[in-house]
Design a protein around this ligand. Structure first.
Ligand code: NAD
Ligand code: LMR
Length: 329
């Protein structure tokens, strides 16, 4: 190994997504074959026994890139010196829980983890939030970590982005690799807006290639936006391998950069670009270079897109106001 090790924290490591994610990180999928990884895995106390079993399996893979694994239930200890923190663990909605209850339960997790990251993480830490409600959980963690620049936090909409690529490829017969400049705007929820008006297929405008506004409105957008629910219906459990894969894609591109001539979707703190209210964690088209993301500027927004972008922003403002009134931010 030619490089010094990176420390990667994963929360909710004994969960479904963790079971796919850890093996990919350990085998070099984020940092490449020359960078040793030190995994630091956070779980709640009752899940530590199951997590020990996962660590046995990690050992048994004998990954050359896996330097060490540490597990625990204390975020301050697990986040010590971490360069990348993937916040996957979250409280799922259970029977009888209202949205406010879910925000409150997750608020307790993400306030504590934000504070612990603030105290313990490395100066260059990047934090990716997968646990739902991902955008608002990222906002809560960010608000509780005043010493970490807000640009170091993002929430996962890469799964939605990948879903959109796959649906558009299936519709047009193109390969996913032929499609560029897909965009997911807004919240990782059913109000998200998957936008193909700037996307390109083999260099041609995707909306023109499709030439079917009814398909965009009645098929493409709802299929992508409600895919999570469709998977829960079919599998009896929420997406896990695809969510882990998207978490890897997002972290890898943030660290190593996006390909020339393309962009990805990441939910990041809004700077007011495209009229989106400042401070909410909103998914934009971004390019990454040198470990930093920047929002793609100057796209023309048509009336159809404008109203979808504003609706999903309105939902995020409601979530922000709800967690603010709970004193979480
Ligand atoms: P899961 O229930 O299988 O695992 C979650 C794990 O988190 C559990 O092992 C639990 O013990 C742990 N956990 C709970 N509270 C914790 C805390 N305070 N600290 C550390 N660990 C804690 O769930 P999963 O299927 O792995 O999904 C994880 C999250 O990811 C869920 O919120 C899910 O809705 C979300 N998700 C997001 C996307 C996305 O695209 N953003 C996609 C799929 C799933
Ligand atoms: C997904 O998009 O698959 C998940 O966020 C769905 C969910 O509600 O867990």
């Amino acid at each position: 190994m030619s490089q010094s090790p990176v420390k990667v924290a994963v929360t909710g490591a004994a969960g479904q997504i963790g079971y796919s994610l850890l093996f990919r990180i350990a085998s070099g999928a984020v940092f490449g074959p020359d960078t040793p990884v030190q995994l630091r895995l956070l779980e709640i106390t009752p899940a530590l026994g199951a997590l020990e079993g996962v660590v046995m399996e990690l050992d048994d893979c004998a990954f050359p890139t896996l330097d060490s694994v540490e597990i625990g239930d204390d975020p301050r200890h697990i986040f010590d010196g971490v360069n990348l923190a993937l916040l996957v663990g979250a409280r799922p909605r259970t029977k009888g829980m209202e949205r406010g209850d879910l925000l409150e339960a997750n608020g307790a997790i993400f306030t504590a983890q934000g504070k612990a990251l603030n105290e313990a993480a490395a100066d260059d830490v990047k934090i990716g939030v997968t646990g739902n409600p991902a955008n608002t959980n990222a906002l809560i963690a960010m608000s509780n970590a005043p010493d970490i620049p807000s640009s170091r936090f993002s929430a996962l909409t890469r799964l939605d982005h990948n879903r959109a690529l796959s649906q558009l490829a299936a519709k047009t017969g193109a390969g996913v690799a032929d499609i560029r400049k897909m965009t997911i705007w807004g919240n990782h929820s059913a109000t998200q807006y998957p936008d193909i008006f700037h996307a390109e297929i083999g260099g041609q405008n995707a909306a023109e290639v499709v030439d079917d506004q009814a398909w965009i409105e009645n098929d493409f957008i709802p299929t992508v936006a409600k895919r999570g629910a469709a998977i829960i219906d079919a599998r009896g459990a929420s997406s896990a391998a695809s969510a882990a894969s998207a978490t890897i894609d997002a972290a890898r591109d943030w660290v190593h950069g996006t390909p020339d001539g393309d962009w990805v979707s990441m939910a990041v703190t809004s700077d007011g670009s495209y009229g989106i209210p400042e401070g909410i964690v909103y998914s934009f088209p971004v390019t990454c270079s040198g470990g930093e993301w920047s929002i793609v500027q100057g796209l023309d927004i048509n009336d159809f897109s404008r109203s979808r972008m504003d609706s999903t922003a309105a939902e995020l403002i409601e979530e922000r106001d709800a967690v603010r009134s709970l004193g979480l931010i």
